[in-house]
Design a protein around this ligand. Sequence first.
Ligand SMILES: Nc1ncnc2c1ncn2[C@@H]1O[C@H](COP(=O)(O)OP(=O)(O)O)[C@@H](O)[C@H]1O
Ligand SMILES: [Mg+2]
Length: 382
Amino acid sequence: MGNNPIFEDKRKLSPHYIPKKLTGRKEEMRKLVRCFKPVLKGGVDQKVIVIGPTGSGKTSLGIVFGRELESYGEGICEGVEWVRTNCRRWRTSWQVLGDLFKSSNVGSEPRGLGEEEILERIAQGVGGDRTRYVFMVDDLDTLINRDDAEFLYTLSRIGEESGDMSNLSLVLSLEDKEALEDLDEATRSTLLHNYLRLGEYDQDQIYEILRRRESIALKQDAVEDDVLDLLSEEASSDGDAGIAISTLREAGEICVREGEDKIVPEHAWRAIRRSNSTPRREKLAGLSDHELFVLLALARFLEGSGGIKPLMTQLHGSYVALCENREKKPRKYACFYHYLRELENRNLVEKFPSRTRTKELGLVDSSPERVRKAVENRLDDR
Ligand SMILES: Nc1ncnc2c1ncn2[C@@H]1O[C@H](COP(=O)(O)OP(=O)(O)O)[C@@H](O)[C@H]1O
Ligand SMILES: [Mg+2]
């Protein structure tokens, strides 16, 4: 693909790429700066919650702000260390805490330590020098939804019990405030003392984000103007910048495959249709290997069955065969049942009534082929 006329640097359209500067989040950035000024001066910690739907830029804002804080901090205090973890990647609060511990300069391997011990060691570590530590716990609600509400108490206590922790600040990101509803009033108000709401992007904002990204990722004149209008209009229904960007990338790929030299609305329409029938990346993140195997078995079954949906026992058979193929030991039926429940909870799999008493299984709103590819990609990532 070296000589393609479309992509200058395709990585800049990848979901992992975060630009140096954000588009249209100046006010939010300023608010964060205001919150963290006293932290840099020393003696106080800060907890900030960032709330916004998927694709509203929570992760990007955190990362860009973290980079700025680290470089700005050098002149003011003895450095800032910004560490981020993403709860989607982990299944328990111990893993989240362990990941922060391992990634930070004050930490090491968490294996063998309990949560309290990890917290103690963090306290010892951050209390020992004059660096300011900021931990970002991204997508915290995915953890709370998995019944790990205790973790919020743990986080809200950081900094309060021990003066040593006053070097440690937190930035927490959540999709909405509901995840905090079950907390007692005191904990909730501690956490909600500073919060920043990121709204869904509107069409103009998405257009602007696409325009800037296109200018660094695509060759000059590789895209017709109408395409960005079309993509931003389409993406404005859920205000998700990430989907807008990945759809642009997909449109570019379609264009390259067709051997054409300019992305036109037809490519964009096809990319939009594909995007609508693909399970969102974040829905698959956080699934265990065996949950992914069950989903993959279902997608393959549906692809090969001409529309006939499997019953639970049939799907179990396909799952077992798939595990054996991959030289993995299949889990017991009870576990399999549990995996299916998780897939249903995530709105990936759905049960349909059948003529017999047991239900048939199908995919929610997605094509089997797209699901298969998405799951295979996900398994390859590991
Ligand atoms: N203000 C922005 N300026 C430039 N790119 C953005 C902006 N907001 C989001 N993006 C892009 O959109 C994608 C999704 O944003 P992300 O920060 O992951 O959203 P969230 O964490 O809220 O789900 C990111 O990969 C990023 O490249
Ligand atoms: Mg995010």
